[in-house]
Design a protein around this ligand. Structure first.
Ligand SMILES: [Zn+2]
Length: 199
């Protein structure tokens, strides 16, 4: 039963109480916003820019420790999910997990100018994998999410994808923002207010 690292697994502790643990997590980190953005190293400032855009003065916040120095929480209100092109398809599971543990009010999808994903087509990627790896990925991913050919289309698609996902709370507001890689400017393209009316 006890494996090498089980002391680091909350659910492996004696007396583990799942509802109590979830309640404790909800207080450990006041996360209310998720930012989904591209892993491109040129745009690492996106979460900070979104925090300013939303008027969130806490970001990046501080790690909280107890008397023994254990890291037990953080003051941050904004979590980040960095995936290729910032496409929502890769972030849905993370949204569900963060909703379960912390409760999410706002989800922000950011796509950025001159993204690598605007440099190829879905068909070109499928063909390349066929020739270079002998692999058929034509049905591995939905083609709309594989690249970006138009930013209004990609942001609308991703906001809709999130809104239709059963793992995304209907109460959450979902924003689609365009980020200028060179100037750092954010432009709101899509806004889908949640059932609570957003914020
Ligand atoms: Zn990118």
């Amino acid at each position: 039963m006890n494996s090498k690292f089980s002391e680091f697994v909350f659910s492996a502790h004696d007396g583990f109480n799942e509802p109590a643990m979830r309640e404790a997590f909800s207080h450990a980190v006041p996360i209310k916003t998720i930012v989904i953005y591209c892993l491109d190293p040129r745009v690492t400032e996106i979460p900070a820019a979104v925090a300013r855009f939303l008027g969130d003065e806490t970001y990046p916040g501080e790690v909280l420790t107890d008397e023994s120095g254990s890291r037990i929480g953080s003051t941050t209100t904004l979590a980040t999910v960095a995936v290729a092109a910032g496409r929502a398809v890769d972030a849905v599971r993370s949204v569900s997990v963060l909703q379960h543990l912390f409760g999410i009010e706002t989800i922000v999808v950011v796509h950025h100018s001159n993204c690598g994903a605007t440099s190829y087509s879905a068909e070109g990627m499928v063909e390349a994998f066929r020739h270079e790896h002998g692999a058929d990925i034509s049905h591995a991913y939905d083609h709309e999410s594989m690249c970006i050919t138009d930013f209004e289309d990609s942001l609308s698609y991703d906001v809709t994808l999130l809104r239709k996902s059963p793992g995304v709370p209907q109460s959450a507001s979902i924003l689609g923002l365009f980020y200028n890689t060179d100037t750092g400017e954010l432009t709101e393209v899509v806004r889908d207010e949640g059932t609570y009316g957003g914020k």
